[in-house]
Design a protein around this ligand. Sequence first.
Ligand SMILES: Cc1ncc(COP(=O)(O)O)c(C=O)c1O
Length: 387
Amino acid sequence: MPDHVSARAKAVRPFVVMDVVARAKELEAQGRDVVRMDVGDPDLPTPDVITRAAEAAMESGDTGYTQSMGLPDLRDAVSARFASKYGVTVSRDDIVVTQGTSPAMLLLFGSLLDPGDEVILSDPCYPAYPNYVAFLGGVPVRVRARASDGFRMRIEEIEAAITPRTRCIMINSPSNPMGTVLPPEDLRAIAALAEKHGLYVASDEIYHGLDFTGTDHTILEYTDRAFVLNGFSKLYAMTGWRLGYLVAPRDFVRPAEAIQQNFFLCANHFVQVAGTAALLKADPDVARMRAIYDERRRYLVPALRGIGLTVEVEPTAAFYVFADAKEWGSDSLALTYRLIDEAGVAAAPGVDFGPEGEGFLRFSYVTGIERLREGVSRLQSWSAARL
Ligand SMILES: Cc1ncc(COP(=O)(O)O)c(C=O)c1O
């Protein structure tokens, strides 16, 4: 019967930026040029050393299923990275390899939440988090991360949001959409709160390695009561390859593995081989790509300020600028569509990331600096014509 869509499916809100992409593509198909600053999909190609490893793996027949947990070599490489980068011991037995960070969220929330359980999220945050939580019967509870506080949740407001149903506090540093990093004292305080209340911290560390001014810290430096999500999409420019992993506390590993076994079987075999090569061999490529993003950031932030947008908190990581655009319109979704149609510039509407993001636009700098200049110049002309 086509007339009944489940309540669970209806609870999943559209990922608005993907609708924005569709609109931009529609205009492009009509011959319009659109400067694309919408999705966080690196324009830089996947490093050769990774692509070659995948080719060799395919040629040598690495095309079948692997263990659901993932190839031991890949899990060893992840474990070695935790040791060398953060000085943290993570056993390969606590790492479940997934087809990206997104499926790792299903494993995490699927193994942690019963119906009615609550997850504390920052507002704004990556839009998939509340959708995963709600899809699994959980309740997303938002705590404001105000620009005036450097987009950090206040520790006392997190504590005030904790109820007997709270299961975990979700963090994402460096963050999408803000491009900001939580200082170690926040990680320590959030870890301490989780321990005090018998909760877990879920830390999405997908933008680790793309911090331009500081040092990354994993939540596992501060507590064992934590899940870590990570993936290869951003750091290694591998969005379409689909590879990530979950690090889970021991009690949750077997349940997460069972979800992976049943729902996904395993991540692609040759992609796992390529991911291993990424960890072992692609550090120089990562350094090169990070320098490119940083150059773009150093151009874009002052340029956006120069045309009347407010960037209150300096972004220092990932590839996003989250700019207050209320001067141009308080309805960020309507403004986004106007900018695509009238200025030929696509950004992401801040409201997609939560009520606190309303009035903001997220600009991704995953396009060349000349295109960024073109985008800024179009926005400047658009705003001048509007006055
Ligand atoms: C914070 C965050 N987590 C997860 C993802 C999805 O990552 P993946 O491609 O590994 O599924 C994204 C993608 O934009 C993201 O910004």
